[in-house]
Design a protein around this ligand. Structure first.
Ligand code: ATP
Ligand code: MG
Length: 497
């Protein structure tokens, strides 16, 4: 292909027990946005890690400008003009924004570090991105979204010819997505070839020129975005027609109140948060990023201190404010931050699955009953269709979406009354999302109650029995299904207080 900037041909990559890539073809043209799609574990990140020198391919060839190249390591990739923004960030949290942007390529005056020139250069890039962050800011004080933008700034500073973005919008707000797309278009006009991996298919229309779909480590096909439909892309991804993105709504709400939160306050974070959760209810929490939804969840779960307020579960007030007490009372919290809080990445899938109820699988002497524990773990991993060669695989080796499924399995294994799902489908493919929704319906039918925090409005609208909207740490509205729509939610989410 004459206009191809880069061609990957017959790429194969094996990990112990997994063929992650099986003779995959992929190409990138100058000035295009090429979406790379596929279910969790399809091999998207692995293909891009091969291209950016993180993983070595077992077979296949890579051509840049028609010349065969050997991308042996990330530095070589950088020299070739290939940059990647990883699905899980790679920033050094104790360094400043500028130090992160120029890591390994520090500005120097003689042999000394030239912080001033480095900060100026970083500042220029940040301004180009319309980012209001000082280059001297420590990365650990930034929000997830801001860290994402720093990753992008870092990639831009290399003047890359190829930019790979692995789920760049998973943690971004609408306005941040808009500015990301603006920058993407600017780069496109400069002739940069962009690979864009996302499970948020609705975004593609705004940005994609072509789309390549992978399934189970194999290449399925490449289409021009304009000549295809979302349905066609989805059936290429899942290998069958998926009639609907959401299962039909099945309300299971009872009158009984399971959880009451009363006047919950935390200085500068939460003000007078009060609401009821009923048995069998799915209560959606909506709001812009930073509205305080995760903070409410963490406060209920005892993960953060509160200055005042009450949490009453099944008629009993939680007297102490700690995670063990919350779990004991029957509350489970599926965190949005799976890498740091949700999983022990260095432990097996099986142990992670059992973590919330480890003592439940021990015999009276405190020794784990291996037969029982592996039975439960294998049942749960089948139920959630967790893709792993076996249950002894390290959780950290699974694809992003499959890691998220382990967190869900973990809480299913502990039979809790109230489950708080914080961004449960972030990074999860369409087919698996459907399964998670079905699972949530199954749970409420069994009499459990769910608080679902989600930034995806269609998801909140489709699943919730009621929707609480937050802004600046306060509840600004409580909407019934009839009252709730995208417009009413956005109105209360963006309300000036
Ligand atoms: N370092 C590793 N060791 C072992 N197996 C791995 C490793 N990295 C990836 N895999 C496996 O390779 C397969 C492809 O994973 P990959 O991360 O490329 O999927 P993905 O398409 O990016 O999925 P997702 O949408 O969930 O991010 C998965 O089965 C995964 O478990
Ligand atoms: Mg991935």
């Amino acid at each position: 292909m004459s206009d191809a900037l880069l061609i990957m041909k017959n790429i194969s990559k094996r990990f112990p027990g997994v063929i992650a890539l099986d003779q995959v073809d992929f190409d990138i043209r100058k000035g295009e946005v090429h979406a790379l799609l596929g279910e969790n574990g399809a091999g998207k990140s692995t293909l891009m890690k091969v291209l950016s020198g993180v993983h070595q391919k077992d077979d296949g060839e890579i051509f840049l400008d028609g010349q065969a190249v050997n991308v042996t390591d990330p530095l070589t990739a950088q020299h070739l003009g290939i940059s990647i923004i990883h699905q899980e960030f790679n920033l050094c949290s104790d360094l400043t924004v500028a130090q992160n942007i120029f890591i390994g390529r520090e500005h120097r005056k003689g042999w000394r570090l030239d912080e001033h020139s480095q900060n100026c250069a970083a500042s220029e890039i940040l301004q180009n991105l319309n980012l209001d962050i000082a280059p001297e800011t420590l990365v650990n004080t930034l929000t997830v979204a801001q860290q994402q933008m720093v990753e992008i700034a870092k990639a831009l500073s290399c003047n890359s010819r190829i930019l790979i973005m692995d789920e760049p919008t998973a943690a971004l707000t609408e306005s941040e997505i808009e500015s990301l797309f603006k920058v993407t278009k600017m780069l496109k006009n400069r002739g940069v070839g962009i690979v864009y991996i996302s499970h948020r298919l609705e975004e593609l229309a705004a940005i994609a020129d072509r789309a390549t779909v992978m399934r189970d480590g194999c290449y399925v096909g490449t289409v021009n975005y304009q000549d295809t439909s979302l349905d066609e892309l989805i059936s290429m991804m899942v290998g069958r027609d998926l009639d609907d993105i959401f299962p039909p709504h099945q309300s299971a709400v009872c009158d009984e109140v399971v959880l009451t939160v009363k006047d919950l306050c935390r200085k500068d974070v939460l003000s007078d948060v009060s609401f009821n959760l009923h048995r069998g209810e799915i209560l959606g929490f909506s709001g812009l990023m930073g509205a305080g939804r995760t903070e409410v969840a963490r406060a209920i779960f005892g993960a953060d201190p509160v200055s005042s307020g009450q949490i009453i579960i099944n008629g009993k007030r939680l007297s102490k404010h700690s995670i063990p007490d919350a779990i004991e009372a029957g509350i489970g919290y599926l965190t949005e931050d799976r890498k740091h809080e949700g999983l022990a990445l260095g432990l097996s899938v099986e142990i992670n699955t059992l973590l919330s109820n480890y003592s439940g699988y021990c015999n009276p002497a405190g020794i784990i009953d291996e037969k029982k524990s592996s039975e439960v773990a294998s049942k749960l991993s089948k139920r959630l269709r967790i893709k792993t060669p076996d249950l002894q695989q390290l959780a950290g080796n699974l694809s992003g979406g499959n890691q998220q499924k382990i967190i869900i399995a973990k809480w299913l294994c502990k039979d809790t009354d109230v489950l708080i799902f914080d961004e449960p489908t972030r990074g999860i493919d369409v087919g698996a999302k459907y399964e998670i929704y079905e699972l949530m319906y199954e749970l409420v039918k069994q009499g459990k109650s769910i608080i679902m925090i989600s930034s995806e409005l269609p998801e909140v609208l489709a699943l919730s029995d009621r929707i609480v909207v937050m802004r600046h740490g306060r509840i600004t509205a409580e909407l019934t299904r009839e009252q709730a729509n995208q417009k009413s939610i956005m109105k209360y989410a963006a309300l000036e207080s």
